[in-house]
Each structure stands twice: as C-alpha cells, then as structure tokens.
Design a protein around this ligand. Structure first.
Ligand code: HEM
Length: 521
C-alpha cells in the first residue's frame, strides 16, 4: 500500500515545502549563469591525500579519537575555509566549507526538496533490512526528494504550529515537578550536590518529555517506574543510534564492503527500538479502540493521534525519529544552559528576576500566554546555543552546479556547512568568548538589536528541511529552565574548561554534579 496516498490520509500537498518554487528556480538560473571557465575546477579544491586521511583515523592516527569539530578545525587550519574530505569505502567525497557566502549559496540553491544525505547506515536498514515496515515511508531523517516532500508537508502542520503544542503545557509541568522531586531526593543533604551521573537524570527527563509527544504517555523513567524495560530499551537505543551513526557514516568505515561488528550492533539497536515502538503504539491503538467501542467521543488532537490519522506507520516512524533526533541534543542543551547559568550567577539572578514576575509561586503554572513575557529566558537559551554549538552545522547535497569560494562544485556533491563554528568568531559575534544573553535583546539605550549574518546562526538548520522539532525544543527548554531556576539557585563548583565534545552532535565530556539550593520565596 502506498501509505501516503491511502484514502484515510490527510490531503497531501505535493510541492515545495514553505519555500517558493520560483525563488528556487531563479536562484538556480542565477547560479548557473554565473559559472564560467574562469572559476577554478573541483579538483583544485585543497584536500588531504586519501590514504593519509584514512590512516589518521586508525589506531595511533592523529584523528583516532577526535571529535568532528576537532578534526574539521585541524583540517581548516591546514587547507583553509574550503576543502574536500576524501570519500572512501563506498562513501563519496564531502566538501566542507566555513565561508558564509558558500553556506548561503548552498542553501539558496537547495531546491524545493532539499537533500541531506549522510545517514547511510540508517537508510540501508530502512530500505533493505526492514522494508516490511518502512516500505515507501523512510521517515524524515532518511528520505529524499518527492518522498521527503510529501511526508514533510503532511507533518509540518502538526509540529510547526503553536496550537499543536498547547495541550502539552500541563503534562510537561507534571514531568518537571517530578524532576524537581527527583533532584531533592538524590542531592547530598549536606553539600546539596547531585550525584556525578546527573546527565543520566537529565536525559531521562528529556526522554520522558519527548516520549509524551511521541507516545502520548508518561513512561515513569524519572521516578515512578525507573526500571520500565520497554522505556529503557527506547531510551538506550535512541541514544546509541547517534553514536553508531557517527562511527559508521561520518568516520571512515568498511561496513558497506563487509558486515562490521559496529554495523551489526546498529542493526540490532534499530530492530530493538522498532519492536518496542510498534508494541507501544499498538497498545495505544487498542486502548483508543476500546474507548471508542465504549461510546466515548475521542478528540484529544495530540500530535501522536494526528500522526496516526495520516497513517499508523508514519506514527511509528516519526515517534522513533523524535527520540533519535531529539533526546541527546535536547538533553545536552539543558546541561549546557544549567552550566552557563551556574558559571554566570549575575545572569542567573537576572533570569530569576524575570521569572519571579511571571511565576509568583514555585508551582505557578506556565502557559502559552505568560510564556510570551520571558524575553531573557529565550535570550539565555539562544546564547547557550551559540556559546556551546551543537555540532558542526548541517549538510546538503547540491541540486545544481554551484560556485563555492571560486571553485566549480558539481550537482550531486555533498557539502558540510560549518556554520556553527562561526558562532564563536569575533568577525561575526563581538566578544565571542563571553556568555552574553543581552546580545540577543534590544539595547536599552539605542533600542537596536545586534545585526547577525543569517548564515552564522543556524543551530536548527535552515529552510524547508530545518529541524522539525524546533518548537518542541523551545517548549521543553523554556518550561524546564523556568521551573528549575524558579525553584533552585544552581551552582557548579568544578572545572568546566572543556565540558563538551562534539562527536556527531555535542555531548558531555565531564560529569555534572550541580549544586541545587532551594529558593526561599
Ligand atoms: C537542541 C535540540 C535540537 C537541535 C539543536 C536540533 C538540530 C537539528 C538540525 C541542525 C537539523 C538539520 C536541519 C537542516 O538540515 O537544515 C535537525 C533535523 C531534524 N530534527 Fe532536530 N534538533 C533538536 C531537537 C529535535 C527534537 C526534539 C526533535 C523532535 C521532536 C527533532 C527532530 C528533527 C527531525 C525529524 C529532523 C529531520 C528533519 C528533516 O529532514 O525534514 N530535533 N535538527
């Protein structure tokens, strides 16, 4: 069955997603007309020797344990703002660029169905190992071209409109209350510090919140049901997939030639998560059916039910993608916000002042209305995304021939866009090493906002293929940070000179035993 055109599915718009077709055609024509023989050829782009590059990732090699930001920065120093990372073992060359004009050029020419390759091991699993489940619906992270366009058009209204999120304020508040109880339970009564493995607690909180969106239920992993085995499988697998895809798809790997232990682990991990997700969503469907049969009129309009309306298969795939794409990135962002506020107590006090005016009591409920009045909270989160960039940037496969830094780059080339690295450069952000949420607010004297090059602040990507979870992240981060800072004064009394490393996305490199002191009022 073609799941997306089945009779019960919502009307699906087959066309450009958000961006205008004519704008993209125009950009393509402009890009084409400006390519001349005077431009340097693709082969002239600086690059390391393929075998030397491969050896650098082997035991004893320079990049053996390097994060993606470490090895791309080392290469940038050696080759400049644009270079080729040679392909190997069935993976194509990737051009990497740190030039804002190139980044803009690639995005402006991304076409109506922007293509982001790079997760080949997941694509392979979905296409060849479990076609029985995925069939024509590969999910947003893995599909391309028209198949991606159809799916994204169907799902966009569910994720990108604020009204879709309204119903989550109350259950999210319950989850945050549970997290606060958990902090009080586990912190040392004398030092008020939480245990070293607190990042696991943060991940459980984020998993619980995203699980609410993905599976319409609270799994209980924070306190009530910490050993829930299905939930633990989903929790663990969604985190493992990221690490495995880094090893298989970003670092040189031979899995396309021979079945490596890492690929076999990936296959088991993907199968395990799929089995649990299918089981859970079947339980949801059965429970709904029972209520329907009992004469209940069901109109919860949750995100999951709206996905089910499109197709139950889309719901399974999307639920898994929410956890895979969302848990680690959001959990690390929350650790980073707490760290920034701990290391900058003046900013924390300023934020609390704002919170006290909106939340007179510690259990004041947050809603769409009062959340609008929290500009400093939003500035703190935005500045954390700049201060601790989550990864290098994103990728696009060029849909047209383009000129990047004066070189002719042919259609079909994959380009790694290193925009996140630019967020720490003084050329674009004055005083880049200072944590200054104020840079995102209007200057009280001039009334002006900082001018930022739009192609240097893209933590959620760009254009029709940008992160579909951005609004969910905003909701989750804003409600949780507000609740925590309203309840506790947070400190971190350890060295935090290198707190994160970026393998595929950023992850903690140290433990985070924060100190949580209750706020009196
Ligand atoms: C701090 C947290 C997060 C960050 C920094 C982040 C960042 C990103 C980035 C940079 C992309 C690529 C965008 C592009 O290529 O233009 C992306 C894609 C995606 N993200 Fe997120 N993300 C986060 C959380 C989430 C969450 C919570 C969800 C789910 C609710 C999610 C779902 C997705 C999906 C499904 C895609 C693929 C979209 C597509 O290809 O159409 N992300 N994210």
């Amino acid at each position: 069955m073609n799941t997306l055109s089945s009779a019960r599915s919502v009307a699906i718009y087959v066309g450009p997603v958000r961006s205008s077709r004519s704008a993209s055609v125009l950009a393509h024509e402009q890009a084409k007309s400006s390519i001349t023989e005077e431009h340097k050829t693709y082969d002239e782009i600086p690059r390391p020797n393929k075998f030397k590059f491969m050896r650098a990732f082997m035991p004893g090699g320079e990049f053996q344990n390097a994060s993606i930001t470490e090895y791309t920065s080392a290469m940038r120093k050696r080759y400049g703002d644009i270079y080729v990372m040679p392909g190997m073992f069935g993976r194509k060359d990737w051009v990497t660029t740190f030039n804002t004009k190139d980044i803009e050029m690639v995005f402006r020419n991304e076409g109506i169905w922007p293509r982001r390759d790079g997760l080949d091991s997941i694509v392979y699993f979905r296409e060849h190992v479990r076609p029985d489940v995925y069939g024509e619906v590969q999910g947003l992270v893995a599909s391309q071209n028209e198949a991606w366009g159809k799916l994204r058009s169907a799902i966009n209204p569910i994720f990108m409109q604020p009204r879709g999120l309204r119903m989550y304020y109350e259950p999210l508040s319950n989850i945050n209350n549970e997290f606060i109880e958990r902090i009080k339970e586990i912190r040392d009564p004398k030092t008020l510090e939480v245990p070293e493995d607190f990042t696991d607690e943060i991940s459980r909180l984020v998993f619980e919140s995203l699980g609410l969106v993905a599976f319409d239920r609270q799994m209980g992993l924070i306190r009530k049901n910490r050993d829930n085995s299905d939930a633990l499988t989903l929790f663990q697998t969604s985190r493992d997939i990221f690490r495995l895809t880094f090893k298989l798809d970003i670092q040189p790997s031979m899995w396309k030639i021979i079945s490596t232990p890492t690929y076999r682990k990936m296959k088991r991990t993907l199968n395990d998560s799929l089995n649990v997700a299918q089981k859970m969503l079947k339980e949801n469907q059965d429970a709904l059916e029972k209520r329907r049969q009992a004469g209940e009129k069901i109109n919860s309009n949750s995100m999951l039910e709206r996905l089910m309306e499109i197709d139950p298969k889309v719901a399974v795939i999307m639920s898994l993608d929410i956890l895979f794409a969302g848990v680690d990135a959001t959990a690390t962002l929350l650790s980073a916000v707490l760290l920034c506020l701990s290391k900058h107590p003046d900013k924390q006090a300023k934020l609390r002042e704002e919170l006290l005016s909106i939340m007179p009591t510690k259990d004041s409920l947050l809603n769409e209305e009062n959340m609008k009045d929290m500009p400093y909270l939003r500035a703190v989160i935005k500045e954390t995304l700049r201060y601790y960039p989550n990864g290098l940037g994103t990728m696009r496969t060029c849909q047209n021939d383009v000129i990047l830094s004066g070189y002719r780059v042919p259609k079909g080339t994959t380009v790694l866009l290193g925009s996140n690295v630019l967020m720490k450069e003084a050329t674009y952000y004055p005083r880049p090493d200072e944590f200054l949420p104020e840079r995102w607010l209007r200057d009280p004297e001039t009334g002006k906002k900082m001018q930022v090059s739009p192609f240097t602040f893209l933590p959620f990507g760009f254009g029709p293929r940008m992160c579909i979870g951005k609004r969910v992240v905003d909701l989750e981060m804003e409600t949780t940070v507000a609740k925590l800072i309203r309840n506790f004064h947070v400190e971190f009394n350890r060295d935090a000179s290198r707190p994160f490393k970026t393998m595929f996305v950023m992850e903690p490199a140290i433990t985070f035993p924060f100190k949580f002191t209750d706020i009196e009022q």
